[in-house]
Design a binder for this molecule. Structure first.
Ligand code: ARG
Length: 459
């Protein structure tokens, strides 16, 4: 197939380089956005009388026919077209003849591709938001039924203080909410039209940039044509926000992987999301969270790739930018499939071992802070109380017993302010209940937060 620019060249492209240069194999994903972009452009050219209204209409109808053919499976963009933009233009010319050659008036592929990826990313961000809300709702459901379920809280992966399981789960709702906020902010910078910046300098053709922007639902237009065709910040921001969201998915994945081990036994995998081993008949593997954890690296990699791609690129468009697509496509696909898989895992893939969880907090020293706080309540300075309790822990460890196994007389040997009621304070559920500070794990705080989330997510 002759290239659009073949008249300027004496020789044809080396066949390997032709393929090397082409992006059609991946940018065909942008077909609907490219068609919408062209329809808006053709409409605008008709409105500003650059094209006659019949020419504009003929082009629009041609583009609509291509769209219908594509949606019905009768048209699939491929080589030898170099990219989706040329592919559509070639198809249009073959459909409607000479008039089709007028579509590219007053624009360049540089502003066109920028418009296409922004339209595509905007749509992806909107569907991601819905997916994240679904995930938040599943976590909230689980939280709602586990306000009074206790779970050991860890710092440094060492038992720290007992928590309400709901409080633990609500921490993830907060993280995913920040992910939504970040994506929303990225969307506001994605939603700016570069169309009409042409190659880099604007155009002498009478175009109306605000018209095409409004047609395509963009909030505003780029103020500087050079910036418009060179800006890939929004791609990096999208992948960066996604990388952070993946880190949150990876964190909860890791916890679930730990929870379903025999050693933790905080939860079990149902058959819905677990797989067996080819060799060991007893195995039930947490493949889903492991895959999510593993896929996190891909998105981090894409972020690195994009940052490196833009480093030191002079203004304005450079072909390096063609490399923006695969990272953002794969990021969007990876993160949405991981969010979906995590939602299914939370909804039907795990069951909480409530008894095991409750037992686990009965038999440790995670109420040590409360023992110190008991003395603080009797006006003992915290640092003194802390040291007293340190001695008690040592005493118990030597005897292989817990605080609750001590007699009040033994407590008194460490500090005279200890009374019988200390045993009430040591009860794990009382420990959790007493954390009434705002944002703490106290049951009333957690109930309040569950209610707030229900309102926020409009359950
Ligand atoms: N396929 C190209 C890309 O994805 C389209 C823009 C080409 N522009 C150019 N000046 N060669 O970046």
């Amino acid at each position: 197939m002759a290239k659009v620019w073949s008249k300027r060249f004496d020789n044809s492209l080396n066949p390997f380089i032709e393929k090397f240069n082409a992006s059609i194999e991946f940018d065909r994903k942008l077909i609907l956005e490219d068609l919408d972009c062209s329809i808006a452009h053709a409409k605008m050219l008709g409105k500003t009388k650059v094209l006659s209204s019949s020419e504009s209409l003929k082009i629009i109808n041609g583009l609509k026919k291509i769209k219908a053919d594509y949606l019905e499976g009768n048209f699939s963009p491929s080589l030898p077209s170099e990219d989706i933009h040329y592919c559509i233009e070639e198809k249009l010319i073959s459909l409607i003849g000479e008039t089709g050659k007028k579509l590219h008036t007053g624009r360049s592929r540089n502003d066109q591709v920028g418009t296409d990826i922004r339209l595509w990313l905007r749509k992806e961000i909107d569907s991601l938001d819905i997916l994240i809300i679904d995930l938040q709702k599943s976590l909230l459901n689980l939280a709602e039924s586990n306000i009074y379920t206790l779970i050991p809280g860890y710092t440094h992966m060492q038992r720290a203080q007992p928590l309400s399981l709901a409080h633990h789960l609500l921490a993830y709702l907060e993280m995913f909410q920040r992910d939504r906020e970040r994506l929303k902010e990225v969307r506001s910078r994605v939603n700016v039209s570069p169309l009409g910046a042409a190659a880099l300098a604007g155009t002498k053709i009478k175009i109306d940039r605000n018209f095409t922007a409004a047609e395509l639902g963009f909030e505003k237009i780029y103020k500087n044509s050079i910036d418009a065709v060179s800006d890939r910040d929004f791609c990096i921001e999208f992948v960066s926000a996604s990388a952070l969201a993946m880190s949150h998915l990876s964190k909860i994945s890791e916890e679930i992987i730990l929870w379903v081990t025999d050693e933790f036994s905080f939860a079990r995998l149902t058959d819905k999301c677990a797989t067996g081993s080819s060799l060991m008949p007893q195995k039930k593997n947490p493949d889903v969270p492991e895959l999510i954890r593993g896929k996190t690296g891909r998105v981090y990699g894409h972020l690195h790739a994009l940052l490196t791609m833009v480093k030191g690129i002079p203004l304005a468009y450079n072909k390096d930018f063609q490399e923006d697509k695969e990272p953002i496509f794969d990021t969007a696909e990876t993160i949405s499939s991981c969010i979906r898989a995590m939602t299914i895992l939370i909804n039907e893939g795990i069951e909480i071992n409530i008894e095991n969880l409750s037992d686990s907090v009965e038999n440790d020293f995670s109420n040590a802070t409360d023992l110190a706080d008991y003395l603080v309540g009797k006006d003992v300075p915290f640092r003194t109380a802390y040291q007293v309790v340190g001695e008690i822990v040592k005493y118990c460890l030597e005897r292989k017993i817990l605080f609750k196994n001590l007699k009040i007389e033994e407590f008194k040997k460490f500090h005279p302010e200890f009374e019988e009621d200390v045993f009430v304070d040591l009860e794990p559920s009382n420990v959790v209940r007493s954390r009434t500070s705002e944002g703490g794990t106290g049951f009333t705080q957690v109930e309040k937060e569950v209610n707030n989330w229900q309102k926020k997510l409009l359950l």
